[in-house]
Design a protein around this ligand. Structure first.
Ligand code: DHB
Ligand code: FE
Length: 285
């Protein structure tokens, strides 16, 4: 059977992808940020997944504002990197797993989540930057990827509780798939992060660090936090952090299993004008 083995949480700042694409990762501005990614990449090389369920938000690139699904699931065999206005990133095509996507769609929708099924979309930095952070610059991505796209762009957006529950439903789906697959689930976006207005550049490091602590120890408490609290504490785009709860909801401890094990944590300011955070939790076996 397929198994969820770990969850990964990471910011998806576009400038991080640009730094890699342009060979700037050794520059003084970026060196400490990328140094902090080394341990996670080593862990990933030792724990390669067959499939990553990659939870991110589209930034009005694939969906525009004509159509904004709350939760969408990628069903395709492949996803091209999006052109976000300056050409597509020079990264490999993202290969999907249509059979597992179809199973997840069936299981999660029959489990009362009304997913939008997406048969053809480009994937923006929300998807490609986490892949670059975790895998570097390979010729082909070393695993299949199933995009789960969450609306955090146009209000109303789903609650933290709804995101956590979606993660639990995704776990039930994966663990009922009749094929031996090592599946990781990644939640992306955040951390402190306000890109516009008078508070642009807002960074709240104590809050970000406390968020990571709660993500590990008490995700149900974190899931009860209201949107306005994220926005006040972590900035208008800090709300992207609710997507971490989808990944956390898929861990064993929320399905009568053991506690996850923290294998890596990284926090760095600045990345663009935001904070970058990363967390890796291994599921109990
Ligand atoms: C930026 C954009 C993002 O989508 C994000 O998650 C972080 C930073 C940016 O434009 O700097
Ligand atoms: Fe973003």
């Amino acid at each position: 059977m397929a198994k969820i083995t770990a969850s990964v949480y990471t910011s998806h700042v576009p400038a991080i992808g640009v730094a890699m694409d342009l060979g700037k990762t050794d520059e003084p501005y970026y060196a400490p940020l990328f140094a902090g990614y080394e341990a996670g990449r080593e862990w990933m090389a030792e724990n390669p997944p067959d499939v990553v369920i990659l939870v991110f938000n589209d930034h009005a690139n694939a969906f525009s504002l004509e159509m904004v699904p709350t939760f969408a699931l990628g069903m395709s065999a492949s996803y091209e990197p999006a052109d976000e206005g300056w050409g597509a990133r020079p990264v490999p095509t993202v290969e999907g797993h249509p059979k597992l996507s179809a199973h997840i769609a069936h299981s999660v929708i029959r489990d009362d989540f009304d997913l939008t099924l997406v048969n053809d979309i480009p994937v923006d930095h929300g998807c490609t930057v986490p892949l670059s952070i975790m895998f570097g610059q390979p010729e082909v991505w070393p695993c299949k990827v199933i995009p789960v796209i969450v609306n955090v762009v146009q209000y109303p957006i789903p609650s933290g509780k709804r995101c956590l529950e979606l993660g639990k439903a995704i776990r039930r789906a994966v663990e009922s798939f009749d094929e031996d697959l090592d599946v990781q689930i990644w939640g992306t976006g955040g951390m402190s992060h306000q890109l516009q207005g008078q508070r642009a550049g807002l960074i709240n490091e104590p809050w970000d660090r406390a968020f990571m602590d709660r993500m590990i120890a008490d995700p149900e408490l974190q899931a009860a936090m209201d949107h306005v609290d994220y926005v006040r504490e972590a900035g208008s785009e800090g709300i992207e952090l609710v997507m971490w709860l989808v990944a956390r909801g898929a861990m064993a401890d929320l399905a009568d299993g053991g506690e996850p094990v923290e294998v890596h944590r990284h926090y760095h300011v600045p990345a663009s004008n935001t904070a970058a955070g990363q967390l890796i939790l291994e599921d109990s076996r």
